[in-house]
Design a protein around this ligand. Sequence first.
Ligand code: 2GW
Ligand code: MN
Length: 297
Amino acid sequence: SSLIENNVRLDRILYPKPETLKPPRTDVLTIAPWLAPIIWNGIFNSDILNAQFHKRGVRIGLTTFAIKKYVRFMKDFLETAEKFFMVGHKVNYYIFTDRAHEIPNITIGEGRHIHIINVTGYQRWQDVTMRRMQMIRDETYSRFINEVDYLVCVDVDMRFYGSVGVEILGDVFGTLHPGFFGASRQQFTYDRNPKSVACIPVDEGDFYYAGGYFGGKIEEVYKLTNFCHSAMMTDKAIGIEALWHDESYLNKYFLYYKPTKILSPEYVWNNYYGSPAAVQIKRFVGVDKNYDEVRFR
Ligand code: 2GW
Ligand code: MN
């Protein structure tokens, strides 16, 4: 499949013309200063995008981790992904788990496949979440590069409630954290320890990106995950760990390697943050965790 985004000839498609003097959204920022689009409901036409991506025959990988008790999120995650994630496209689910026998047997649509990747769970929960970077990285060149064109890497304690389609795909993308899209630099919970590789000074930073939703082309996901994992190992060697674990290192990566596309918090919502007007659709929403039961923090 072609990786060049506009080299397919489209057939006739009928749709209202874009209105230069009537932008579809004026309540939110839809483009970053480095000209990466910020994807909000209303700014894109799925018919055009689907036609382009279908002609390119694009294959999409969705990675998630279900370690220990988190296998319980798998059923809802997969069932709702079948309804809403990249419907009509070629999709490979990659489930990293230490409990393969507990992954539910779900009926999967045509052109879609579930791949289980057996991994061992780390003792500390911080390592469970942080080591995802290493595990994704290690599969990029041994596997993903041969099987898919794009990767979407997400948390598992989530459910799809609305369409998540090819509008999210690009060279490398991050997602605005639902708790910080209206926040100031000072309020961003970046790591501030100058000894940590993840440190971001208070006079830098563009957005606060969510740890639970990033992706892009395989080569770019390799660069991103390799950076984050290496940074964690550098910190670990001097006995430190960034404030929000993998999320802090991801934010540092995106400060200096700007994402080429940015997803609005529609794509990684949590109802803890209510229902602000800017968020017209909650497409992928955190599942209320029973902290005492599921976690052991
Ligand atoms: C994580 C924390 C405490 C206890 C258990 C776990 C845990 C996580 C686990 O036992 N098994 C497991 O598979 N995980 C995976 O790591 C799973 O895919 C989960 O969605 C992901 C992140 O952990 P989670 O969802 O409990 O953390 P959140 O929702 O607070 O995540 C945000 O912050 C994290 C860093 O602290 C990450 O950056 C994450 O991507 C963020 O969404
Ligand atoms: Mn989560």
